[in-house]
Ligand binder design. Sequence first.
Ligand code: GDP
Length: 207
Amino acid sequence: MSAEDPLVIRSLEFMGGMAAAGSWRPDSQLPEVAFVGRSNVGKSSLLNKLVRRKAFARVSRTPGRTREINFFRVNDRFVLVDLPGYGYARVSKERKQEWRPLMEQYLRHTTQLRGIVQLLDVRRDPSDDDLDMLDFLAELEVPVLIAVTKVDKLSAAQRVGRMEELATSLGVGTEQLLPFSAQTGEGRDDLAAALVELVEEDPWSLE
Ligand code: GDP
């Protein structure tokens, strides 16, 4: 482990899951950072890499937990929030939209929310669900980091062009995209440093 690790994990505790809008959520005032993306985008792999615990995100994947919001206390300093993956192609349209009330309730009513990490797969164009989510987050004015996953799947040359395309389709600059690979570990420390900055900053929501 490198001495410059911006986020050394000293403790990691599963606090529980929130199953539906209005139901139980942890009673904690620690700053929260939430991770969101479509199913299969590589969220579990990214979270495992981020906290350097292979078994970590498995808890979010156990039956009954995949559609919940799962909360993890990190170093007794902040809470990492794993939002359910959306837009799973094999479920019905009705089922697909099930995530909305739960996520909207969480995102609108969590005053200690310091930021969101939106994940996008480098090989896929942003889906309608991705764009809806980004619009919603822009409306909330919550800081958003965009992590572009699975960058190891492209060559260095392909990647440059692809990052530009993605940035253009999202209307942001390429410097706002954080390349990430759970396979090679690329981007882990940059993401960790960005998270630490978010949770240590003064809350954006307090004027
Ligand atoms: P989730 O549904 O968003 O939690 O996605 P997972 O983390 O389960 O990953 C979905 C699939 O993508 C799995 O087959 C992973 O092995 C693969 N995957 C995830 N991250 C990476 C990555 O950085 N590089 C590569 N090559 N594959 C990845």
